[in-house]
Design a binder for this molecule. Structure first.
Ligand SMILES: CC(=O)SCCNC(=O)CCNC(=O)[C@H](O)C(C)(C)COP(=O)(O)OP(=O)(O)OC[C@H]1O[C@@H](n2cnc3c(N)ncnc32)[C@H](O)[C@@H]1OP(=O)(O)O
Length: 138
């Protein structure tokens, strides 16, 4: 599992108990998963289909630095299934685990579209450029 994104827990991310609000964490995970799925399936029209049981293992507090990790566990015909983990950068303590996050690749009509991939890429070879407003790297 590769931990790519880091976050610094700030006052606006807290719940009434003074710890990291679960909703903020899920928003970050969904965004992280979306970017991962787009890169792996090569399609900017990749949507969240399912998030399985979420285990909030431990709390994070204001000032904590956390990191989010994802790993593709199954390439389906039109879907990609990932596993997620969030941990404290300093202590290594696990904050959250999700066994299954499923994204589906869609066509322009919003129907599932085969992505044609069977394994993980660690390169930039599938990054979709057609819908991007930025110019791709040369
Ligand atoms: C990043 C974001 O926040 S996106 C916003 C939130 N998400 C959305 O708005 C998506 C709304 N949902 C939808 O539009 C539809 O459910 C769709 C188009 C994604 C899928 O429609 P479905 O009728 O389920 O399509 P279909 O039955 O063909 O399944 C598509 C794939 O999803 C998988 N799938 C469907 N339901 C499930 C499920 N409950 N659990 C796991 N996988 C599932 C299927 O196995 C299939 O994968 P495969 O082709 O790799 O075998």
């Amino acid at each position: 599992m590769i931990f790519r994104t880091r976050k610094w827990v700030k006052p606006e991310d807290l719940n009434a108990n003074g710890t990291l609000f679960g909703g903020s964490l899920l928003r970050w995970i969904d965004e992280e998963s979306a970017i991962y799925a787009i890169i792996q399936m090569g399609n900017p029209r990749s949507v969240t289909k399912l998030i399985s049981e979420i285990n909030f293992v431990s709390s994070a507090r204001q000032g904590d630095m956390i990191e989010m990790g994802l790993r593709a566990v199954k390439f389906g015909r039109t879907s990609l299934t990932m596993r997620a983990k969030v941990r404290n950068i300093i202590t290594g303590e696990v904050i959250l685990t999700i066994d299954k996050i499923v994204f589906v690749s869609l066509d322009e009509n919003g129907n599932p579209q085969p992505h044609g991939y069977t394994d993980i890429t660690f390169k930039r070879d599938r990054i979709p450029t057609s819908m991007s407003v930025s110019k791709p790297r040369t």
